[in-house]
Design a protein around this ligand. Sequence first.
Ligand code: PRX
Length: 645
Amino acid sequence: MTDAPIPVPASFKDARITPERYAELYQRSIADPDGFWCEELKRVDWIRAPSQISDVSFDRDDLHIRWFEDGVLNVAWNCIDRHLPARASKPALIWEGDHPSRHHAITYAQLYDHVCRFSNVLKGLGVRKGDRVTLYMPMIPEAAYAMLACARIGAVHSVVFGGFSPEALAGRIRDCESAFVITADEGVRGGKPVPLKANVDAALELAPGVKAVLSVRHTGADVGWVEGRDHWLHERLLDADAHCAPEPMNAEDPLFILYTSGSTGKPKGVLHTTGGYLVWAAMTHAYTFDHREDDVFWCTADVGWVTGHSYIVYGPLANGATSLMFEGVPTWPGPDRIWEVVAKHKVTVLYTAPTAIRALMRFGDEPVRAHDRSSLRLLGSVGEPINPEAWRWYHQVCGEGRCPVVDTWWQTETGGHLITPLPGAHALKPGSASFPMFGVRPALVDNEGNRLPETGAQEGNLVLLGSWPGQMRTVYGDHQRFIDTYFSTYPGMYFTGDGARRDADGYWWITGRVDDVLNISGHRLGTAEIESALVAHEAVSEAAVVGYPHDIKGQGIYCYVTLAAGREPDAALEKALKDQVRKEIGPVASPDAIQFAPGLPKTRSGKIMRRILRKIAEGETGALGDTSTLADPGVVDSLIAGRKG
Ligand code: PRX
């Protein structure tokens, strides 16, 4: 990168974090963490303030992570009740429906009413503190009410993205032994219905332990009904009390489970707890977005992902912000939808994903320029590395060159931002996640686990040297898997699964996953999950899945498939395999390319050499590296000859 960094604009000179303040606070957060967190934890209201800050060990034989351990609080109280004296009539949520004619605001007073009554409905169905409740919802305010109602009564929500299939939903319901499901008759995206209730019905055939299903009537579509199990929210609300006392929760009580893909096995239930997560979500929302009281904050993520948890619901609402929730897609009814919404609701901060930016870029500048964007003051990016070309377009065209772009690097596991520029503190380099958040100690290690020097330009595997309050605490029901996944590759450190480089100026650049996790349009999928969906088809004998560069999605899904004896490849089978993956996982995992292969490249001990498969999928067939350890080097030539795309 030869261009000079883009300096902090004049409009951010009075930001809460200036360059000097960043240096001072970061230093303090590392040198005197107790002092730093004693101040920061005050951004949350505690029923009993904690006297202990942290008790952490990354030692795999004694792994534990505890923050604010003896503190007592309630997340819903913090996101709603405490704002009522000053912000009762301020919009907490602005809902923009899939169809542009449908939108309305929900004030903090109304949010209180909705969440209290929802909480009482849940109690009436038998939900108790500690119970797991699965949400399979469209992007409607009831999704936020449901999350906050769980938090209010101490139930643990597990939100499953509405794009996952009934099979995937069933697996997640079973894994956390959830006895309650909240859904809607249908969702709508881009004018098309999504059959949520029907998917739940199909899932429950495979997950029979569910006692109650609560449905929101959203589109009014006809849905199947199981008497005694199924309930309409609107009917249950009729006699629900309008007040519900928030349950006092210990800081380390679970707040939610969110399933995410890893490099092996089934998706894991990432568990976040109450106190540390809330402090982290609120703090990062305030600092990264330089939150101001009159902001209209729009995070375009779905609540089914961690970004929606932390930056549509918990972070903004804990800070008393106005958070915009959008049901639709960025390109419907036209490619100017995002900018129409920005103008309509006078959005000040827009937080979206590189895949959306790249998709919109294809339509040119006109749809952007057609709408007034003078309300915007800050732009954010999340979910995958942003290529400098997309960054510049976002900055120059969408943000008129006025608005800083904060490229926030983090993970489901981290609860909130770990590496990001702060708009008032850092000059920006397009494509760089820039600097660590307060309290975060990133470092680089080589493949043998040796720490790379802390100065000068370096590239390696990204690890974190200590804990932060928003860190996940365990894999639900499988603590050993938590230890094995994150703390065993490089003992004593948290391994992120990402590669990164730090340039000579100390800026961090995330280079992407170094494990078998794919990032498809910002959606995280494991190659192992897709492979197991493929081999579940009777025609398939073996499958290997890799990612390859894709102009819009960032990465595409490339599948190598070896057929069972006697089976011949044809277009119908290719379609059947794509359908199989959609059925097992969901449309988000649809393969982009399937290559039928007579054999896969293996070492003599039978291990598939994915490095070679990746190179072939990427089209870099001239740079395959050492193939001398292959059991049958001839396989490679036939794979190259049969390459798709
Ligand atoms: O590879 C990194 C990528 O997304 C992964 C985490 O995915 P998930 O848990 O689904 O959370 C996504 C939302 C935080 C990371 O390991 N990633 C996320 N943000 C960035 C990123 N890669 C580069 N730059 C980012 N800003």
